[in-house]
Design a protein around this ligand. Structure first.
Ligand code: PLP
Length: 420
């Protein structure tokens, strides 16, 4: 791919910070640096930081490690974290990331924003599932209002439909989309995962039409069936068509705001220039905490902890779906998620999810997110997203019982409207 040709006009003006450019020289042994505007570590507020991890291990950060954790850091990554992230990524996905192929983010959400900033000129279009993650829609909408929505079924994005859409545009000589946005595992909000066959098909399509895939994968390891994750698009890609976003939000702690982008060096470099001009780098302290954790928990141990935690989500999903089978009418359709934390309910045609939540949600004491929040066009009025991550199994069962009452009331309204 010619990555420079992908960049939006606004990205052409990005220049490296002259001070950040010489920062690596300041760290050379023996260098007397009068160059940086760094505050003196003697003035930092912290003496030491000790954290206990839930499964028993603890971490103490002090001395030079603490000084570094409190100090400004390189834009791409806090240096002690980089090899640990590379080890993690390789163990998890079988992909070796070079030193210039990854960049730490304030959560993958920042990656969505940066990708949109760098790539989307007004008028550019984005291929995106319908329903879609509202955070991605918000990030893209800041720069374009053009979407090519593709339906989703049990096997994820319907790549055959995508192929038909692209062939039609290509055949008519119309402008091709700039980006294919894909949440391959535990899709938010659809709850489904892209099958291996479709992953390969999507990569074929990307290669054939020379399109960049933005693989946003925060739910990869939230496995509800205790099966190994399906290989990532990045790991299957042989032609440099994937820019990937990983997140530690669902497997470590979302409040730390840590994720990372990985992929072609030219694009990662552009991410770095953008970040230099916005927040310099992700919190060094947050990166130091993650580095300490990853050092104490080699990939296999970390994976085992995540597998254990998934039991909570598995029990919750089962409680919600058992109750859904018991209480909801058969006209309500949904897929059983095998990853992630969401179930997408499709209600009968004519149902208005917004009205249901507004009219009955507070009185019945049950909350779901109405479908239009996930639509490129404000459609999906008869869709609803339910999350099973936070409530207890008992509350989830009761929630489904109340949801059934909500559905019954809406059915009466729809019947009355059609009769009238
Ligand atoms: C599909 C998807 N992408 C990105 C994010 C943002 O995650 P992070 O906390 O890493 O910014 C979320 C959060 O819910 C998500 O569901």
């Amino acid at each position: 791919m010619r990555y420079s040709a992908l960049l939006a006009a606004r990205a052409a003006g990005l220049r490296p910070s002259p001070i950040r450019k010489i920062a690596p020289l300041m760290r050379l042994p023996g260098m007397i640096s009068l160059g940086g505007g760094y505050p003196n570590p003697q003035t930092f507020a912290f003496e030491s930081v000790t954290v206990g991890f839930r499964e028993g291990k603890s971490l103490r950060i002090d001395g030079p490690t603490l000084a570094a954790a409190c100090q400004y850091a390189p834009t791409d990554c806090h240096p002690p974290l980089k090899p640990l992230l590379q080890r993690w990524h390789c163990a998890k996905d079988g992909v070796d990331l070079g030193d210039d192929s990854l960049l730490v983010l304030n959560g993958s959400q920042e990656g969505l924003h940066i990708a949109a900033y760098l790539l989307l000129d007004p008028g550019d279009s984005v291929v995106i599932s319908e329903p879609a993650y509202p955070g991605a829609l918000a990030a893209f909408r800041a720069f374009t209002d053009r979407f090519l929505p593709v339906p989703v079924d049990q096997d994820g994005t319907d790549t055959h439909e995508l192929e038909r859409i692209l062939a039609r545009i290509h055949g008519s000589g119309g402008p091709m989309p700039k980006l294919v946005y894909e949440v391959p595992n535990g899709h938010n909000p659809a709850g489904v995962s892209l099958s291996l066959e479709r992953r390969k098909h999507l990569l074929d399509i990307a290669q054939r039409f020379d399109l960049l895939i933005l693989e946003d994968d925060p739910y990869q390891l939230l496995q509800l069936e205790d099966r190994p994750p399906i290989p990532t698009l990045q790991s299957l890609d042989r032609s440099g068509h994937v820019l990937r976003l990983d997140s530690f939000s669902k497997i470590f702690a979302p409040g730390l705001r840590i994720g990372y982008a990985s992929g072609p060096t030219e694009l990662i470099r552009a991410f770095e220039l953008y970040k230099q001009g916005t927040n310099l780098h992700t919190s060094t302290m947050a990166q130091a905490l993650l580095a300490g954790f990853l050092e104490l928990h080699p990939p296999e141990q970390f994976r085992a902890l995540i597998r254990n935690n998934c039991q909570v989500y598995r029990d919750n999903r089962d409680a919600m779906l058992d109750a859904a089978r018991q209480f909801l009418p058969s006209s309500v359709r949904y897929h059983v998620p095998r990853e992630g934390m969401f179930v997408w309910f499709e209600l009968p045609p004519g149902f208005d999810s917004q009205r249901m939540v507004e009219t009955d949600g507070t009185e019945l004491g049950v909350l779901l997110v109405p479908g239009p929040a996930f639509s490129t066009t404000g459609g999906l009025r008869n869709g609803m997203r339910a999350s099973f991550s936070m409530a207890t199994p008992d509350a989830l069962r009761e929630g489904m019982r109340r949801f059934a009452v909500m559905i019954d009331r809406e059915a009466q309204r729809v019947r009355a409207a059609t009769a009238g």
